[in-house]
Ligand binder design. Structure first.
Ligand code: ADP
Length: 397
């Protein structure tokens, strides 16, 4: 069975074609600058990348180009489009209705359209991607896998904000959580590495990239997560502030005369590592300068490390214990300095960290980083959201 995974952004479309029998990725790539000019980068294992500058007026044209390359005599991996058994769509937000991955139908598309107000950035492109696939492959079954659905069992006291209750009932303002597919994948992988059933484990998963979130996974169920109504909440990120005193926002409007849009830009695009360091949103640049002695770069990192540490402690309390901590995503997988700083002085919690192994580990490796006698295990696990989407899609069709 061959499954095509589609991840549509506002001006981009990422794809991956899986052979489910072997778990292999046959081809993957990216169409970017859709609606501007256009370019496709098409990759096949064992071959040079193929890049074509091509104009994409919209997502329909980008998808048609993907299908053309996948079935191309020289660059392709399929004899015909009919070899694609199913399509899996990555969808950031399933609202309160989609608590599980589900087959795409008219009702789903209508529901997703009805919640674009709470998901203005990622909602519209996901819908456009689904519609484009339906047009081009009308007979192929499609599934949607939602980043929010892993959080459908968070208790009400963790997802309701202490605002007037009508804001939740009438305006759907609540914690939704994001990166769920990644947290689900790495928590399952962690159980596999520990040789224990997931239902017996209490795990804190730290997805740390440009956007970062931390999730408490108790007995296989997410019981809390750091992101909230939007992917803006939680710890300090590349350019996002994470949680701050809510009154800072109206203060910026009243005292500095910023508009609501300008305030949103500040907390989304000008804060985090970039805002504090004044240098970059990329943790590699910030870390390099911090280790050279730059005060603001070190401060930016210290805020981030402290945030991660506090969430681990808080979630251990929320779960009444802790069996494992997992680091994943761009920073979590590749940055030994962050892992070392976060895991330092955590003996009280049962963590004994093997810093030698941490430092000598090749980047992107999946491995255990705690010592043999550590009561709480620490792992670095390479996340694979696309594979998880492919598995859900295969199960549904
Ligand atoms: P996104 O949220 O955009 O998916 P990623 O998970 O790709 O983000 O993470 C991007 C972050 O990961 C950047 O801050 C980058 O510095 C960091 N990162 C990526 N590769 C490495 C590496 N080899 N070493 C250290 N940090 C890395």
């Amino acid at each position: 069975m061959k499954i095509l995974i589609i991840n549509a952004g506002s001006s981009s479309l990422k794809y991956q074609l899986f052979d489910m029998a072997s778990g292999e990725v046959l081809a993957k790539g990216l169409c970017d600058r859709i609606g501007i000019d256009g370019r496709i980068t098409h990759k096949r294992p064992g071959h040079e990348n193929y890049v074509e500058e091509i104009s994409f007026k919209n997502h329909d044209e980008a998808l048609a180009c993907v299908i053309r390359l996948l079935t191309d005599e020289n660059l392709g991996v399929l004899k015909s489009i009919d070899e694609i058994s199913a399509v899996g769509h990555r969808v950031a937000h399933g609202g309160e209705k989609y608590t599980k991955s589900a087959l795409v139908d008219d009702e789903m598309i209508r529901y997703l359209e009805s919640i674009v107000n709470i998901n203005p950035l990622h909602g519209p492109p996901a819908i456009v991607g689904m519609k484009a696939c339906r047009k081009l492959m009308p007979n192929v079954k499609m599934a949607a896998v939602f980043d929010t659905s892993f959080y459908s069992e968070i208790p009400d006291y963790a997802y309701i904000y202490p605002l007037p209750y009508e804001f939740y009932k009438e305006h759907k303002i609540r914690k939704y959580g994001f990166h769920g597919t990644s947290h689900r994948y790495v928590s399952a992988k962690c159980a596999e590495l520990m040789g224990k059933p997931l239902k017996d484990l209490k795990i804190v998963t730290c997805h740390l990239g440009n956007g970062s979130s931390i999730t408490a996974v108790k007995n296989g169920v997410a019981i809390d997560t750091s992101m909230g109504f939007t992917p803006q909440g939680g710890i300090e990120m590349g350019t996002r502030s994470g949680n701050i005193d809510p009154s800072v926002l109206p203060y910026l409007e009243k005292e500095l005369g910023l508009s609501a849009d300008e305030v949103e830009t500040v907390i989304n695009k000008k804060s985090g590592l970039l805002g504090v360091s004044g240098l970059s949103s990329d943790s590699r640049n910030v870390t390099d300068q911090a280790l050279e002695g730059d005060y603001r770069c070190m401060l930016a990192l210290n805020i981030q490390f402290y945030g991660v540490k506090k969430y681990i402690g808080a979630y251990a309390a929320a779960m009444n214990g802790l069996d494992a901590v997992v680091f994943t995503a761009g920073i979590g997988e590749n940055d030994p300095y962050l892992r070392s700083r976060v895991c330092a002085d955590m003996e009280y919690l049962g963590i004994r960290f093997d810093d030698e192994k941490n430092k000598s580990l090749p980047k992107g490796t999946t491995a255990e980083l705690s010592t043999k006698d550590s009561r709480v295990k620490v792992f670095v696990i390479a996340t694979d959201e696309e594979y998880m989407i492919a598995q859900d899609t295969a199960a549904l069709v």
